[in-house]
Design a protein around this ligand. Structure first.
Ligand SMILES: Cc1cc2nc3c(=O)[nH]c(=O)nc-3n(C[C@H](O)[C@H](O)[C@H](O)COP(=O)(O)OP(=O)(O)OC[C@H]3O[C@@H](n4cnc5c(N)ncnc54)[C@H](O)[C@@H]3O)c2cc1C
Length: 437
């Protein structure tokens, strides 16, 4: 009998999935070799999406020695696959925050969510990130009750939040921005926009590295040994650090059992058409706005820098792509924009979002030196960048702003690990049915 232990099976290399984003990378990061051996850092950041790269950037700019560990390639997760819509606010209505924390704290959170959008723009400009950032967003009603709700939302945001960037468009004024009869009205938002999410994420990573952070791809954190300092273990090495930042969001790391059940993972899908002609693009989104509809299980789209229609929607909870995805998306696009009938779909891909029970993001600390931010609930493009900044502030001893978010109470999804997914599917089916009413 051979009693020799067999060598450990190498874990599969996590590479970015085929997507239009992957095929249009414009940021050269150079090599980020896996962690090898023992290193000492002030902060170990786990996760190379917007949350992790933003935290690494802010910390490195303040002079901290930062080591960032990413299980796959940088931008492997949602940040490199997203719809790229850069929006203020949260994945939930501000009323949810008011109910939990009161109007004053909700106003602070809203103001910081606007800061998240400005911070995105400022980072893009300062670090010359080639990510096609463009401004203008439409929140489109699909049915009459949505029109009422959007008008009430605009009024409430002006009255309670002093926010005046929303204009309700109907009729010709609306058709001038989105050329379809599908929507009875839409709110146009000046302070929101869209970008190429993978290039943006890689641009943050590049800026973090230029500021002094060390980045390691293919370096999954396998364990965090808590303590002061903490030790983060990978297959090839170990980081000893005074602080740890966890930015793994929907991509399950199993590193902090206390967080189990606070977020659920749901896959979301996108397609990219072939590039449109200038005339076709002008007959879809002539002002290059991004758009989401007002359904609970929503569809969203925008034009890319090379004029493809990037269209997202459709969810799955078991990680399996919905059957006939491409045909479903194709039919939706043809219904909205008959002018695009026959335009081929060049790419399709999916990615995981982490949702919380009430769709508000989940920020917190475990012990004195482990910070986390997760559960942006499909609304993290801008917010994840701010989360990284707020964790950096908290590590530097100024935690007031982080604590405003961390005060948000979060309940676990009911049902334990076996029943959570079926219950979520049931709840979503209910909302999908309601979307049809
Ligand atoms: C299809 C899709 C469309 C979306 N559209 C929008 C949109 O239009 N607007 C919007 O605001 N939001 C959108 N979102 C959500 C948004 O993309 C996310 O909220 C945001 O990118 C989250 O960033 P993150 O850095 O927290 O997580 P991620 O980008 O998912 O990064 C987490 C990283 O952690 C790594 N990781 C996991 N475990 C480990 C470990 N043990 N060790 C090391 N690394 C690990 C993963 O490999 C991953 O790269 C969308 C998401 C998807 C999937």
């Amino acid at each position: 009998m051979n009693t020799q232990a067999s060598p450990p099976t190498p874990s599969p290399r996590l590479e970015r999935p085929a997507s239009w984003y992957r095929d249009s990378i414009a940021v050269d990061l150079g090599a980020c070799p896996p962690l090898a051996g023992e290193v000492r850092a002030d902060v170990c950041v786990i996760g190379g999406g917007i949350t992790g790269c933003s935290a690494a950037l802010h910390l490195a700019e303040q002079g901290y020695a930062v080591v960032l560990l990413e299980a796959g390639e940088l931008g492997f997760g949602a940040s490199g696959r997203s719809g790229g819509q850069v929006l203020p606010g949260l994945g939930t209505d501000m009323a949810t925050v008011e109910k939990a924390l009161g109007l004053a704290a909700a106003r602070d959170i809203w103001t910081m969510s606007r800061e998240a959008v400005h911070l995105t723009a400022e980072r893009v400009a300062r670090h010359a990130i080639p990510c096609d950032l463009a401004w203008g967003y439409l929140h489109a009603a699909v049915k009459p009750r949505h029109v009422r709700e959007l008008a009430e939302f605009r009024d409430r945001m002006a009255r309670d939040y002093d926010y005046h960037a929303l204009t309700l468009l109907e009729g010709e004024a609306l058709r001038e921005r989105v050329v379809t009869d599908a929507y009875p009205a839409a709110l146009h938002e000046r302070e929101a926009g869209h970008l190429h999410p993978l290039n943006y994420t890689l641009g943050l990573a590049r800026a973090a590295r230029e500021a002094g952070a060390t980045l390691h791809e293919h370096s999954a954190a396998l364990e965090i040994r808590r303590g002061q300092p903490a030790r983060v273990v990978t297959a090839g090495g170990r980081v000893t650090a005074d602080f740890v930042v966890l930015g793994t969001n929907a991509y399950p790391s199993g590193l902090a059992p206390e967080l189990a059940g606070r977020v659920m993972r749901a896959a979301n899908y996108m397609i990219a058409t072939a590039p449109l002609t200038a005339d076709q693009a002008a007959r879809v989104l002539p002002h290059n706005d991004a758009l989401s509809d007002a359904n609970f299980v929503l569809d969203y789209y925008r034009l890319s820098g090379d004029r493809r229609l990037i269209y997202g929607g459709e969810v799955s909870y078991d990680g399996r792509e919905p059957r006939g995805l491409e045909a479903t998306m194709d039919a939706k696009i043809a219904r909205l924009f008959p002018v695009l009938s026959g335009v081929p779909i060049d790419y399709r891909w999916g990615g995981d979002v982490a949702i919380t029970l009430d769709r508000a993001p989940d920020f917190g600390r475990l012990g004195a030196n482990l910070y986390y931010a997760q559960g942006y609930s499909g609304h993290g493009m801008a917010l994840a960048g701010l989360a990284g900044k707020l964790m950096a502030e908290a590590i530097a001893g100024q935690s007031e702003r982080f604590d405003v978010f961390a005060a948000m109470p979060h309940r676990r999804f009911p049902g334990g690990s076996l029943l959570r997914t079926p219950l979520l599917v049931l709840a979503t089916t209910f909302y999908k049915l309601r979307d049809r009413l």
